[in-house]
Design a protein around this ligand. Structure first.
Ligand code: API
Length: 291
């Protein structure tokens, strides 16, 4: 793959799902190799464009897929799943093809997406929820329904993988939890060798959950699609909700279904914000540099 010359100007588009925002780079025609520090610089809200994840569109590897979606967190780490971005990219593919469905290939596998009647919302089959310690992954074999860690008000969590690791903690009121302090401590807990996305959730009733999230490699975001899937699965495993529920995040509502085949379907809105060009020569990872 050709690396991007320092003087390159990169076209991008901004999209978001419930306020979880993305810089989208289209490398389907011209392969793109960016260094970790360039991803960090692009995602930086002070020195770069600013986003929760940088999404790179690549040519599909799988014959059934429309494209391959690569996901990078603001810290430069690569993630295997991003529910909100999957809805945005699926909507973009549907706009390009005129079809009401799309197949998005990710590191975690093929994701099937459909446009809902009315077109405002997209449903994505996010694949199977994985529940075994080794699949999360956890550093030791344990009961993923009752994690052996406690930090202040966050205790007795539930681990779920949606292709990326999540630790879900049930609390009486999500607005009382000091996520900026507790989130990073748990993200980096020794039980999570690949770190973890941390969700706090309160049960409103058997069809409604309220959650907030500290995302691995990103911090607090307005919404986390894979996290909402993990929260619903955890609540069903604890017999706190039905297998379909509204999950209300800071940025809005997702409908999550844990299907009989073990897959999790997520339905929600998406949005295109604006587009522009990134002048890579001006992006720098040095603290204090300004674009
Ligand atoms: N921070 C996540 C990736 C983004 C997930 C989130 N934005 C979503 O919508 O699922 C991770 O490292 O696994």
């Amino acid at each position: 793959m050709a690396t991007v010359s320092a003087g390159a100007k990169l076209p991008f588009s901004k999209m978001h799902g419930l306020g979880n925002d993305f810089v989208v780079l289209d490398a389907r025609k011209h392969p793109l190799v960016l260094c970790e520090h360039q991803f960090r610089a692009i995602a930086d809200r002070r020195r770069g464009i600013g986003c929760d994840q940088v999404i790179v569109l690549e040519s599909a590897r799988h014959p059934d897929a429309d494209l391959f979606m690569r996901i990078r967190n603001p810290d430069g780490s690569e993630a295997s799943a991003c529910g909100n971005a999957t809805r945005c990219i699926a909507a973009r593919v549907m706009g390009e093809t005129g079809r009401a469905h799309a197949v998005i290939e990710t590191v975690a596998g093929l994701l099937m997406a459909e446009r809902e009647p009315g077109g405002e919302e997209i449903s994505v089959d996010m694949g199977e929820a994985r529940l075994d310690s080794s699949d999360i992954p956890l550093a030791e074999a344990c009961n993923t329904l009752h994690l052996p860690i406690a930090l202040g008000p966050l205790q007795d969590g539930v681990a779920v993988s949606m292709g990326n690791p999540h630790a879900v903690f049930f609390v009486p009121d999500v607005m009382t939890i000091d996520l900026p302090s507790l989130g990073p401590q748990l993200e980096h807990h020794s039980l999570f060798p690949a770190r973890a996305n941390i969700e706090v959730v309160q049960v409103i009733d058997r069809r409604r959950l309220r959650m907030r999230v500290w995302e691995r490699g990103a911090g607090i975001t307005q919404a986390c699609g894979s996290g909402a899937c993990a929260v619903l699965v955890a609540a069903v495993r604890r017999n706190l909700t039905d297998r379909t529920a509204d999950v209300v995040l800071d940025g809005g509502r997702l409908i999550i279904d844990w299907l009989d085949n073990g897959h999790v379907r997520m339905t929600g809105a998406w949005a295109q914000s604006f587009s522009g060009e990134i002048d890579l020569a001006r992006l720098s990872d040095r603290e204090g540099d300004h674009v």
